[in-house]
Design a protein around this ligand. Structure first.
Ligand SMILES: *Cc1c(COP(=O)(O)O)cnc(C)c1O
Length: 362
């Protein structure tokens, strides 16, 4: 049996190569490599796709989170509510602003922040809630927005895994003050290198973010803010415009593969929950099983590669363990049992059926 890889960035990008080449050649011919038409065009296209008004292209998803927080100029030591179960970048963005992350446990069914546990963590220092739409499923935004409004908190959405996912018909990245995106190559909308963006309905905010990404200047050599260099690369923006035209097709394909798992996997495995209010885009298709490591070995013996998102929760990471106090048993239970199955754009239904057969023989 041929190996079924977890991800393969060559195969994932193969369908777009000709159009990438054209876009690249066009950039070479024009000789415009930083903040040109391709960045502006992609920003408009991506904002329109998501259904939000304004977009600023940035150098990475982490920078998008960092700059969203920086924009508000919260006093040092202010607290930001964030899920305990996330990729570490979300929490690093808070530290990079001199702010304090306050971790809230996820709902064990959805793996996303549990809205019922947010209010008990709000203090007089809390200024924002940073939600993460993990694995491509939106958070339960209605109660979260209600809590934010009641407590006068800003809402930032980490949409690095949720390009195109919707909640009650509305796309992620349009609920909060900012939607932060990553275009890291493995994401549902991935570039051929690093990239990121912030979306907002607030025109002024995006104007300021565009200054912050460019040393704090709107006008060359006149600096209004203490900015950084975090510009979306012009050539990557061209590639992203190409891929954006197929984002719905990519998401549909991943949803179709996820459905094969949902219908085929035996009941020993805890499958992702589905609900009519949520249209999930399966950046990651994660199941849980108490003998996750044995299961992973069994799959590998059968030439099927998997991943773990993530093996170590943020509060157990060496970089953070002295800063993040407290116990996060739900987060740990997820980290100990979760396994991510192949669900890339290049995988075929046949391959996923093979994975299902090998899984069910465990
Ligand atoms: C990928 C990811 C990020 C970081 O994005 P980069 O572009 O790699 O900086 C942040 N948050 C989450 C949830 C992610 O999955």
């Amino acid at each position: 049996m041929n190996t079924i890889e977890y991800e393969n960035l060559f195969l994932l990008n193969e369908p777009f190569m000709e159009r990438y080449q054209e876009s690249f050649t066009d950039s070479l011919n024009k000789g415009w490599f930083v903040l040109g038409n391709k960045v502006t065009t992609f920003e408009q296209e991506f904002a329109a796709y998501c259904g939000n008004s304004y977009c600023a292209g940035l150098a990475s998803g982490l920078d998008a989170l960092v700059l969203a927080l920086r924009y508000f100029e919260f006093p040092e030591g202010s607290e930001v509510i964030v899920p305990s179960n996330t990729y570490i970048a979300t929490i690093l963005a808070i530290y990079h602003n001199g702010l304090v992350p306050v971790l809230v446990e996820p709902d064990l069914n959805t793996y996303n922040i549990d809205p019922l546990k947010i209010e008990e963590k709000i203090s007089s220092l809390t200024r924002a809630i940073m939600v993460v739409h993990l694995y491509g499923k939106s958070c339960d935004m209605d109660p979260i927005l209600g809590i934010a409004e009641k407590n006068n908190l800003k809402v930032i959405e980490d949409c690095a895994q949720s390009h195109g996912a919707t909640y009650k018909g509305k796309k992620t990245g349009t609920f909060g003050n900012f939607g932060a995106f990553s275009f890291y190559p493995t994401k549902n909308l991935g570039a051929l290198g690093d990239g990121g963006a912030l979306l907002s309905a607030d025109a002024e905010a995006i104007v300021q973010i565009k200054a912050l990404r460019n040393y704090g200047c709107h006008e060359k050599y006149y600096n209004k803010y203490i900015g950084i260099n975090s510009r979306l690369d012009e050539i990557q923006a061209g590639f992203l415009s190409v891929k954006l035209t197929s984002l719905d097709a990519i998401n549909s394909h991943k949803k179709k593969l996820a459905q094969i798992y949902q219908e085929g996997l035996k009941s020993d495995f805890i499958l992702p929950v589905q609900h009519p209010d949520y249209d999930d885009v399966y950046h990651i298709y994660s199941i849980r099983h108490p003998e996750r490591d044995k299961l992973r070995t069994h799959l590998l013996k059968n030439n099927i590669k998997t991943e773990i998102h993530y093996p170590v929760p943020p509060h157990r990471q060496e970089a953070l363990k002295n800063r993040l106090k407290g116990a996060y048993p739900i987060s740990e239970a997820i980290h100990q049992t979760t396994l991510s199955l192949p669900v890339s754009y290049f995988h075929t239904a046949e391959q996923v059926k093979q994975v299902v057969a090998v899984m069910n023989a465990f």
